[in-house]
Design a binder for this molecule. Sequence first.
Ligand code: FAD
Length: 401
Amino acid sequence: MGKTFGTAPKGVNVGKQRILYIPHDHLNRAFGVLKDADPELDTVVFVESQRMVTGRQWHKERLFFLLSSARHFARELQEAGFTTHYIQAPTTLDGLAQARNLVGDLPIHCAEPSSHRQFAQLKEAGLVFHQNDFFLTPRPLFMQWAEKQKSYVMENFYRAQRVRLNILMQGADPVGGRWNFDADNRLPPPKNYTWPAYLDHERDAIDQKVAEQLGFQPTNTWATTREGALRQLEFFVSTHLSGFGPYEDAITKENWALHHSLLSPYLNNGLLHAEEVVAAAVSAFETQGAPIGSVEAFVRQIIGWREYINGMYWFLGEDYRKENQLGATRKLLPLFRDSSKTKMNCVKSVVQDVEQRSWTHHIPRLMVLSNLALTTGVNPQEFLDWMREQFIDATDWVMVP
Ligand SMILES: Cc1cc2nc3c(=O)[nH]c(=O)nc-3n(C[C@H](O)[C@H](O)[C@H](O)COP(=O)(O)OP(=O)(O)OC[C@H]3O[C@@H](n4cnc5c(N)ncnc54)[C@H](O)[C@@H]3O)c2cc1C
């Protein structure tokens, strides 16, 4: 049986017309189904399903981040006057059934979910969907672009995004005279360089409760509130953005994050929106002298890669996840789950980073972990499942394409 907390006093559901279901990756008052929500007419429901917590070998740092962020957000909505139910139930559908028992047989509204699987499940349950606006590119718009392409080149999509969204443009031309400054970037890690520190995020009572539930002591790496996520954004822009471009493709054992932003968890669970992240970077270029080579490189990751990958996930369809063109059948190598199982220093230190913080940056993911899985013939679905369980920002829409 499920447990409900954060429940408002008896009687507050009177006069309500809709139940708004907020998945754990739609945590934003200004987007999704909450955008036009009315505390007088809407009751907000979160479901923490047992399957989500215990269904796989989840990294506890990841679970901690997702659960604590959702619980903080539920409390914020309550403080803003919403009747909010945070329901713990065996499955999402059980939780939604419990919500109807609590609130009444009202229509359940939700922004379009982020995965094929959840979308199909909630469609079958009869939910009413609102357009998913957690990205800058509506899904139908990406389909229109993709259907016109002979080959799906990200750089072409990115340039079209720059024009469509009018980002770093001077009339019809790119600011700085070039679309892409990669030729100036991609430097090796510098020698005798002092890497700036990263932010620590202090833990509060909600964090501690979630940590106790999970029997786990989280690091202070990840914020679990919008306020903390905004602090991370400001810190990145003021401290790391200028160095982002030159060292974006470097790996060094001296620093685990280099000048990467550490923003993917918040972009993916909704605490931050791509629009404000890009605006902050562009503003640093326009008003604080941040170099175009770094700002363009960072903007490209968000309006280019992030949007393109999400678009391709929906374009390629549900069955793409099952592809295995090379017929790779090897089981996941033990070293992915236990860094002590390898003597390869580079692999060991990357897996240790993942064990410690549930994160490593793009190049170790691509060049070390993915390459190792590819060259040793690890079954792609096994590798995909491992990444989904272990990474703080993991979601099918990024990893499957
Ligand atoms: C095998 C593999 C698996 C990955 N799995 C995920 C995942 O599950 N979730 C995820 O968010 N990213 C994933 N990425 C993309 C990328 O590695 C992470 O987004 C990035 O490392 C997150 O750290 P950051 O926020 O410091 O990124 P930064 O380097 O600071 O980049 C800024 C932002 O750009 C976006 N971004 C950068 N590269 C990509 C990319 N290739 N695709 C999509 N968005 C990108 C992210 O939102 C990121 O926060 C994966 C990459 C590889 C090679």
